[in-house]
Structure formats: structure tokens, C-alpha cells
Design a binder for this molecule. Structure first.
Ligand SMILES: [Mg+2]
Length: 172
């Protein structure tokens, strides 16, 4: 169980994820979460840093797809602004949306990465299919009540994984 909850990498933010690094790992496609991973929860604006981050991947031929549990309008609008495909109401950690994401990216588990801020949706879903999983610290504290409740369990799991030496915490 704990194996499925342990990300391959744990970082402060998406900006610590370098396209060159993933490219060297053989990654050709990235499934990325939206809320609190790319932007604060329900934030609609796309800033320059985010655009440049996306561009860095495109330049290296790594495709991206946003996979979010959030609503259609929210996810589609953001995806259109940034110009990358999206899957909304993804019901992560269910496998279906990850499989659909890889279909869009034309990749397979061995060359696909998942980036997200939640262990029980992004990381669990990715690990179940054998994807390369990257956990980032959530951007803001604002989120669904349910997510906030899950955070305390998440924290305990992370502490356990770090204590057991399975996971290296992000540098502060
Ligand atoms: Mg999220």
C-alpha cells in the first residue's frame, strides 16, 4: 500500500522540474494536475512563468496534458488559454483518466510522468499504472473541505515515508 503512495520525486514546486531531467529519464509525455499544482485552487489566470514552463517541455518534444478532478468549465478554459489538451472531472485516482491521458499523449506508462500535489489522487493513480510520479507542495492552503481533511492523513503518510527512508523531502 505504501509503495503506491510513495512518489518517485518530491519537490517544492513545478518550477523545480526541469524538462531536460525528464527527457533524460526517457519521459515523452506528462500528465499534470491543475489546482494547487500549476496555479492556486480555482485561479483562472495563466502567468508568464507557467507559459514558459510549458514551453520548455514543448521545446524538448515532451507533450503535456492537464488531468483534473475539477469541473468542465474551469479545466477547459485553462487548457484553452495555455493551449494544451485537458481531461476534466477525471475522478483521480481511478485509472481511466490516466489511460485516456496517455492516449492523448500517445505514450505508455514507461515514458509518462505524473505531476500533482495530492498523494491520494495524483500519486496513487499514477503509481497504480507504473508512471513516473512527482509530488509537489500545494501552492495555496485554499481547497475543498474534503481535500483539507485528507491533508492530515497525507502529512502522516509523507512523514512515515521520509522517516523510513523511502522519500527525500524537498530542500527548504
Ligand atoms: Mg491538485
Amino acid at each position: 500500500m505504501f509503495n503506491w503512495l510513495c512518489p518517485d520525486l518530491y519537490l517544492n514546486s513545478i518550477f523545480e522540474i526541469k524538462p531536460e531531467f525528464l527527457r533524460q529519464k526517457g519521459i515523452r509525455g506528462v500528465i499534470v494536475d491543475l489546482d494547487n499544482t500549476l496555479v492556486p485552487w480555482n485561479e483562472a489566470r495563466v502567468n508568464k512563468d507557467i507559459s514558459e514552463w510549458f514551453q520548455g517541455f514543448k521545446d524538448l518534444g515532451i507533450k503535456l496534458c492537464i488531468v483534473s478532478n475539477n469541473k468542465k468549465h474551469r479545466v477547459l478554459t485553462f487548457g484553452e488559454k495555455i493551449g494544451i489538451p485537458t481531461i476534466y472531472k477525471a475522478k483521480k485516482p481511478r485509472k481511466k483518466s490516466f489511460l485516456k491521458g496517455m492516449q492523448i499523449l500517445k505514450t505508455k506508462p514507461s515514458n509518462t510522468a505524473v505531476i500533482g500535489d495530492q498523494i491520494f489522487t495524483d500519486i496513487l493513480g499514477g503509481n497504480r499504472l507504473g508512471l513516473y510520479t512527482i509530488l509537489v507542495i500545494p501552492i495555496s492552503k485554499k481547497e475543498f473541505l474534503w481535500t483539507r481533511l485528507m491533508r492530515s492523513i497525507e502529512k502522516a503518510v509523507l512523514n512515515f515515508l521520509i522517516k523510513k527512508g523511502h522519500l527525500t523531502p524537498p530542500e527548504r
